[in-house]
Design a binder for this molecule. Structure first.
Ligand code: IFM
Length: 419
């Protein structure tokens, strides 16, 4: 059934398709704790950032987290497995860690949660970083080796795979803005890394399907999680308009188009958070790709606690545009960090309405996964931003379900958002 929206006197209902996936996401490094074989572990100390330390201790407490997801009526959960745990030295795989992740996935299934498993979520094994990380031409082959091992071990219990989380966010932060390890600011290196990520995905896509075929398993669905932003010129001068158009192409579309050329997407995973107000400081190559409006007073839009604009209309417009790819779309992340839980519920409602509107207009959306199930380690920003449906007390590791999560829980329960 397609989505429906209708108005009964003053009550408006937004009905979602049957079999829609509802849930929330996390990533290994952000919640597990003590990922000491990862390049981030070294970097956060070297760069003097807040250390991830024990994070949310989900490596041990994952069953508690999944109990809560079940209590909130979720039927799916997105998580990542940590490459640096599974392959701490090149070519040496840890059976203990593979078994751990098998237990994690089985714990989801026992609770009726469909596992959506990400293979790369920003972090790399230290040994890969020492060998030049994703700039190294061998990186796609190294990744493939890991993917084959991990997928071979876990395939019987997983139908949905995400090879790489937000490749362009990774390229921007690590190789253009220089904010994440290895803190490069080079267009040439950014291009090399992008090419390697494209190649890594294609290799992984083929290998995953090969494994399922060889094992005679029912088909699986493989994609990436593509972060997309709505780029809007801050003021409508030609430079800002051109830069917005260019960034939309480069950031939102190019990576996907390259993967489509190789028929290597079974659905398109979408992560959407915000709108970016583009304002050129001067006409320069770098400026075209990075300049944004820094005058927060310019926009009347509400913001999350990191200052990102809240713009649900952007999600609707991008979903409508992505219809042209003729593939199912799956919202794999959408969320807000805020101290104001009413704002969180407002954010979720407004974005769900945007999704519903797109569905009503014929866009095939498979599900909605909120970021994040629990508060967690927000990379270089540390633990301050609170994205969770569930709050975490970092002294006691106690989890507390937020009111917004309870309200959101009514949507999967009824298949309907009402207001
Ligand atoms: O926390 C991140 C996540 O790792 C990837 N997507 C965006 C989230 C919020 O910034």
């Amino acid at each position: 059934m397609r989505g429906l929206s209708f108005n009964e006197e003053t009550l408006t209902w937004y009905r979602f398709p049957n079999n829609f996936f509802w849930g929330a996401a996390t990533s290994a490094y952000q919640v597990e704790g003590n990922n000491s074989n990862s390049d981030w572990w070294e970097w956060e100390k070297r760069a003097g950032k807040e250390p991830s330390g024990a994070a949310c201790r989900s490596y041990e407490l994952y069953k508690q987290d999944f109990d809560l997801a079940k209590e909130l009526n979720h039927n799916a959960h997105r998580l990542s497995i940590e490459w640096s745990r599974i392959e701490p030295q090149p070519g040496q795989f840890s059976l203990k860690e593979l078994e751990h992740y098998k237990d994690v996935i089985l714990a989801l299934k026992e609770r009726g949660l469909e596992p959506i498993v990400t293979l790369h979520h920003f972090t790399n094994p230290k040994w890969l970083a020492r060998e030049g990380g994703w700039q190294n031409k061998k990186a796609p082959a190294y990744f493939l080796n890991f993917v084959q091992k991990a997928v071979d071990f876990l395939c019987a219990d997983v139908r949905f795979w995400v090879t790489i989380n937000e490749p362009m966010v990774y390229v921007y932060h690590a190789y253009i803005l220089g904010q994440w390890p290895p803190q490069e600011r080079s267009a040439r290196k950014a291009k090399a890394v992008t090419d390697n990520l494209v190649s890594a995905h294609i290799k992984a896509y083929r290998a995953i399907h090969g494994i399922y075929k060889q094992r005679n398993l029912q088909n699986c669905f493989v994609s990436i999680a593509k972060n997309i932003q709505f780029f809007a010129p801050c003021t409508s001068n030609p430079g800002n308009k051109f830069a917005s158009w260019l960034r939309d192409r480069y950031y939102n579309l190019d990576f996907i188009r390259r993967l489509l050329r190789y028929k290597s997407l079974d659905y398109i995973g979408i992560n959407y958070y915000s709108r970016s107000a583009v304002e050129l400081k001067k006409l320069g190559f770098r400026n075209l790709f990075v300049d944004v409006c820094e005058n927060k007073g310019h926009s009347k839009l509400r913001k999350n606690s990191l200052g990102w604009d809240i713009y649900p209309q952007g999600l609707y417009e991008l979903l409508i545009r992505f219809k042209r790819f003729n593939l199912p779309l799956f919202i794999l992340e959408n969320g807000i960090c805020t101290e104001d839980d009413n704002l969180r519920w407002d954010f979720i409602q407004e974005h769900l309405k945007a999704v519903n509107r797109a569905i009503v207009e014929g866009v095939n959306v498979m599900g909605y996964i909120y970021w994040s199930l629990i508060d967690n380690f927000e990379w270089d920003k540390g633990f301050r931003p609170r994205f969770g449906l569930i709050g975490v007390d970092y002294n006691t590791y106690k989890r507390t379900i937020r009111e917004s999560a309870r309200k959101f829980a009514q949507v999967p329960k009824t298949g309907t958002l009402s207001e």
